[in-house]
Design a protein around this ligand. Structure first.
Ligand code: CMP
Length: 138
């Protein structure tokens, strides 16, 4: 089924010049990039985006990390892309991520983990809308 998802190249990966390598892996999997920008999140924006995690012990440091520099939100389209991008990223904790995944190769730890991706069709719709008005998508 053709779907869309939101991937974010997080500030740690942007700072290490990994934008191109991460986009290359997405395209090499056969997925299509249909929207992209560079954006430095404000504190309010980061808190809104991650509101679902409010109250968790990792929430405040996560917000500080996400506002430390620019990120690159990307809308990706393809068959079963929500699951496909999550597989490409690997699990949240790089120590247990599969070989060859983005997080295994580039994440520093569970917080500074290089990428974010939507976890369901419902969150993909919300997260895409958060960063992109319809007219910015092809
Ligand atoms: P992400 O996929 O963007 O979704 C929520 C983020 O919170 C996650 O990636 C990590 O950056 C961070 N996170 C999740 N769990 C933990 C944790 N146990 N410790 C630190 N950071 C976490």
């Amino acid at each position: 089924m053709c779907e869309r998802t939101l991937l974010i190249v997080k500030p740690d990966a942007v700072g290490k010049n990994l934008i191109g390598e991460i986009l290359r892996r997405i395209e090499a999997k056969g997925f299509k990039i249909v929207g992209m920008k560079m954006h430095h999140l404000s504190k309010v924006e980061a808190e809104t985006f991650y509101a679902v995690h409010k109250g968790r012990p990792f929430y405040e440091p996560l917000i500080q990390f996400m506002i430390e520099g620019p990120c690159v939100p990307v809308v990706v389209e393809g068959d079963n892309v929500i699951e496909g991008i999550r597989e490409l990223n690997g699990t949240t904790d790089p120590a247990i991520a599969d070989e060859g995944t983005i997080r295994k190769d580039f994440a520093e730890n569970t917080r500074r983990n290089a990428v974010h991706a939507s976890d369901s069709a419902e969150s993909a719709a919300k997260e895409i809308e958060f960063f992109f008005p319809e007219y910015e998508l092809i």
